[in-house]
Structures are given as structure tokens and as C-alpha cells.
Design a protein around this ligand. Sequence first.
Ligand SMILES: *Cc1c(COP(=O)(O)O)cnc(C)c1O
Length: 390
Amino acid sequence: MTDDFQRSQRIETRAIHAGQEPDEETGALMTPIYANSTYKQDGPGDHRGYEYSRTGNPTRTDLESNLASLEGGDYGRCFSSGMGAINTVLNLLEAGDHVVAGDDVYGGTHRIFTQVYEQYDLEFDFVDTTDHAAVADAMGENTELVWVETPTNPLMNVNDIGALADIAHEYDALCAVDNTFATPYLQRPLEHGADIVSHSLTKYLGGHSDVVGGALVVDDEELDEEIGFYQNSVGATPGPFDCFLVLRGTKTLPVRMDRHCDNARALAAWLDDHEAVDEVFYPGLESHPQHELATEQMDDFGGMLSFEFDGTLEEASTVIEETEVFTLAESLGGVESLIEQPAAMTHAAIPREERLAAGLTDGLIRVSVGIEHIDDMTADLQQAFDAALE
Ligand SMILES: *Cc1c(COP(=O)(O)O)cnc(C)c1O
């Protein structure tokens, strides 16, 4: 639980202080890395809140409190990966339950839904979550969860969290939002009526491409206890060093995100004007189909964008091979700029016809805009475009 004073503070202050009191014994400013599996008890069951580190660890507790505060929720739970967090949401369901999810969710989310949980008799429907009539149509008596991502990958579609939570609640279903792309600095799904916020800490919250982790944040005590039961029973919990790294990351989340957003905005404008680029997908552009919704729902538009390079699959591959400031890699959200080609990498498993129908063209390039200098980014892309079109 965060106290009232802390609740009234701005996110920049909470990012640094929430859940992170100086160590009582030593005054150490930073949360120590509590590298122990077990804890001394004064008598059987007479302990100071910690018995065993799968169940709870003080470094993890500080991170869980910090993340809960950032999302404006009461309870946080951390996992060893974003997928560990998503898995735990599915643990809340029973055989025969039905889930409605976006048709452009993260690939790993689609995989765990269809290739892991369908075999345990959960049912999934993937629909265009910008089409609320389609979402309502997909809902049924046994729908227990609506899974929302916004903005989505890689076309940066923006979904209306409030409207989708309302549809979920009409059916007594939970609404979970994967807030990895936006981060709580830009968007807080609980404020819009979502029940669960899910994160891959691997991305912006960690922020330095040096740790894999996940988290869930909720407002409801009973729901948190249920999540805690599965967190402990399944055991996909993070180690203390990983928690320490994410805590180190969240302190600078606001300043990093400001730069990510400024750079992405400038890069989107540059690409939008470029003759070698057919289309730019960035919610901050007025031409984006959900620009208005993004303006209402988000405090800024984030550091992710994609664009359609006017060339073949091979020419687009040359672009991403030739960049030097942008590193060719999957993942996102670190301080360094990354570049990838969905058709040849993250979405290569989707048959070409299906991929094209979903708008994932051969020339589509996705970038995670880092916090380097914008002029170096545009110069780098220009030389890579030149090399590809030579
Ligand atoms: C990366 C990612 C995940 C999965 O997180 P891991 O930490 O890689 O397990 C889930 N959702 C989104 C949107 C992601 O980008």
C-alpha cells in the first residue's frame, strides 16, 4: 500500500521514492540486493514478513511497491518475464472460459494463448479492438477476460481502454491492458477502468536492455491475493538482482520517456516528409487514425514508430543492415535505438498473404527510438536509405 502523502506526489517523484525507503539499519540509500533464498525465524512461523524468496524478497517488494505506485494501483507483483506475468493472468481462468483479445497483440501473447492455453480448454477470439461492435459481438456468457494492448505492435493502433473495459464489465469479465509500449508515465490503464495492468519490464521500465522481467498491477485486494497465489505456486518470480536493475531503471523513466517521445516525434515528422517513405505509423501524427483518442488517453505518444519504406523486402532488409546508430535487433524500450523488419523478423511466421492483409507490408520497418541525438538518427537513416536504393 502506498501512503496518502506519496499518492499525492507527481510521477517523477514517485518513480524515485515510492517503495524505496533508505535502509533502516545502515541508512543505505538504494534498496539492497537481498541475495538470500530463506530467512531466519524467531520461532516456527514467527518471521518478519519473509520466509522464502519465491514467496517474497525485500528487493522484489520494493520494486512491486514502486510499480504499483507508478500505475496508480494498490498492488504490484513481479515476474521473471513479461510472459510470466501474462501467464499468471491466464492462471486466473478455468477450463471452458473464453478470452477476447486484439488481433494485433504481441506475438508471444498470441503464442501462449493459442499454443499453450487452448490445450487446457481456454477459448480465444482475436478481433480488431478498435472496432467496438466487433468486440461486443465476440463476447459471450463464458467470456472472462478482455485482453487489450495499446499502442499495438508494429502498426501503433491505439485502443480505447475505457470503452473496452466497459464492454468487459457488461459481461462481468476482467479487462487486462498490456501497458508495455506506453508505460505508466504516458498512460495509466487503471484510471480508465482496466482491472489489471501487465508489463514487460524488459522494455522501457528496465530501460537499458540489460534485464528481463514482468509485472502485474491491480487495485483490488482479492484479485491481488489470487495473483499472489499463482505467482508463488507457479514460481516465475524474478531474482533480487533483476529487481534491483529494474528499480534502477524506473528512477529515470520520466526523463528517458520525455527524450524518447521528443525524438520519436521529430523522427516521425522527418520520415513523413521523406520521399523514400510511403507511410509513417505514429500516434503523434495528425494523420494517425486514432490521433485524437491517443491525445486524450496518453500524456504523450511514446518512442515506438514504424514506417513503410518504398522498396522491396530485400531493399528494406538492406536499410536495417546498413544503419549504425540504429542496431538491428528485436525488443524495444532501451536507451539505444533499435530497428527491425517485421516481415523478415518478428512477424515472419505469419503467412505472407495474411501478413499483407494485416497491413504488415514487405517494406515495413519498426524502430524503437532511443535517446541519442536526433540529428545522428536522421543522418544514419539517410545513409541507409541511400545504400538500399543505390
Ligand atoms: C516484450 C513484450 C512482452 C513479453 O515480455 P518478455 O519480458 O519478453 O517476456 C509482452 N508484451 C509486449 C507488448 C512486449 O513488447
